[in-house]
Design a protein around this ligand. Structure first.
Ligand code: PMP
Ligand code: GLN
Length: 408
């Protein structure tokens, strides 16, 4: 049966997820994979041991649907310790299957058919699919790419106001932002909070890169006046402790919001791995030295990759947070990110991600490529060495992937 005849209309156009496609290409061509955002190193050995101990100790059956009590408690402590936010572990914290499930469950919980969800493009690709699966409608506001190398992504606050309608149910932000590496500033967050309060809409704040802020400050939206009662804060232990495959995420929100989210969550996956939850409770409680070292290691990786990309001839955009760097491919004579990313693994031996996967208005990001720098320094060295050869490996004028300017 042809796929279209069985796939629900809600999912038409979503195709194969870009991360799977690029990781497959990387494997096929033995390329250095700077595409999908997962570390090539592991988190603390004692956290691994804690999960193994929990398995040996018999924590091998279903656990409580909203999280093992230890982890709910550890998340509450983490929110207090870093942001002075108070959440009741029993009624305001829900453990989910990564941040991805928290996002999905949120939309399942809050969307009536036709409800509008506002967020910025480029966006983590699961947002739009999750809104669609919940019967909602995505309304995107563009973060405009900088026109000069040192500039950052900007948006017009009036665009954000204009996109809000009586059908707007929630406004979703992601800070630090994937894929731009941008951090939302306090004045921006104040404006967003003001809109939410004025129009009585919910806020969803995806903060999975909260501990990866190199320039500036991470400000959780829920800390702004009047926002605690209307914000669902979503995060994930995968990034901070380098165990992305364990998929331990969580959502923190006022009791009425958490109750709604849990109603959806219990029927999506009921619960997730108990041993990983216990281990992550221990991870969240690691001392300040862990978090400081984590950040300084990543700052070195960011600089390593940015410098290497610059040497290779890319136009490198600044990364204030997250573990991604965007680079302009036009200085190298390319102008189509998808063609570039399909060409790169085979011919240069490096995999990346085409950011247009994260845009509705594809033309806004076609000149960019996203590289992940959550990799060991040897791997970054190898990637950079290969990328330096791009100019000589570049296809001829008529070949796909080469920019019109250079090819004409
Ligand atoms: N939000 C953003 C912005 C992300 O980049 C990602 C993926 N790395 C997630 C959510 C999903 O996190 P998780 O792997 O915990 O589902
Ligand atoms: N969020 C990760 C990234 O942006 C990947 C997550 C996934 O593979 N779904 O690379």
């Amino acid at each position: 049966m042809p796929e279209k005849s069985v796939l629900t209309r809600r999912l038409h156009g979503f195709g194969t997820n870009v991360f799977s496609e690029m990781t497959q290409l990387a494997l096929r061509h033995r390329a250095v994979n700077l595409g999908q955002g997962f570390p090539d190193f592991e988190g603390p050995v004692e956290i691994k041991e804690a999960a193994i101990d929990a398995i040996r100790g018999g924590l091998n059956q279903y656990v409580r649907t909203h999280g093992v009590p230890e982890l709910n408690q550890a998340v509450a402590e983490h929110q207090k310790r870093f942001y002075d936010l108070t959440f009741d572990p029993e009624t305001e914290i829900t453990v989910t299957n990564g941040a991805t499930e928290a996002i999905f469950a949120t939309f399942q919980a809050i969307c009536e058919a036709g409800d509008e969800i506002v967020f910025f493009e480029p966006f983590y690709d699961s947002y739009r699919a999750s809104v669609a699966m919940a019967g909602g409608v995505s309304r995107v506001v563009t973060l405009e790419a900088p026109t000069s190398p040192g500039g950052s992504f900007t948006y017009d606050p009036e665009d954000l106001e204009r996109v809000i309608t009586p059908r707007t149910k929630a406004l979703l932000i992601n800070t630090p932002h994937n894929p731009t590496g941008r951090i939302f500033s306090r004045p921006e967050l104040e404006h967003i909070a003001d809109l939410c309060r004025r129009h009585d809409i919910l806020a969803i704040s995806d903060e999975v890169y909260e501990h990866l802020v190199f320039d500036g400050e991470h400000i959780p939206l829920a800390t702004l006046p009047g926002m605690a009662e209307r914000t669902i804060t979503i995060s994930s232990t995968g990034k901070t402790f380098s165990f992305t495959g364990w998929k331990i995420g969580y959502a923190c929100a006022a009791p009425h919001l958490s109750k709604a989210l849990r109603t959806a969550h219990q029927f999506i996956n009921f619960c997730n791995g108990g041993p990983f939850q216990v281990a992550m409770a221990q991870a969240l409680r690691l001392g300040d030295e862990y978090y400081t070292q984590f950040l300084s290691d990543y700052q070195k990786r960011r600089d390593h990759l940015s410098d290497g990309l610059r040497d290779a001839g890319f136009g490198v955009l600044p990364t204030a947070g997250s573990y991604f760097t965007l680079a302009d491919i036009r200085p190298l004579g390319f102008d189509d990110d998808v063609e570039f990313c399909r060409w790169l693994p085979e011919h240069v031996g490096v995999a990346a991600v085409p950011p247009t996967a994260f845009y509705v208005h594809k033309e806004k990001g076609r000149h960019l490529v996203r590289f992940a720098f959550c990799k060991s320094s040897e791997v970054l060295d190898e990637a950079v060495a290969r990328l330096r050869r791009i100019q000589e490996l570049r296809p001829g004028p008529a070949s796909p992937g080469q920019g019109k300017a250079a090819g004409a």
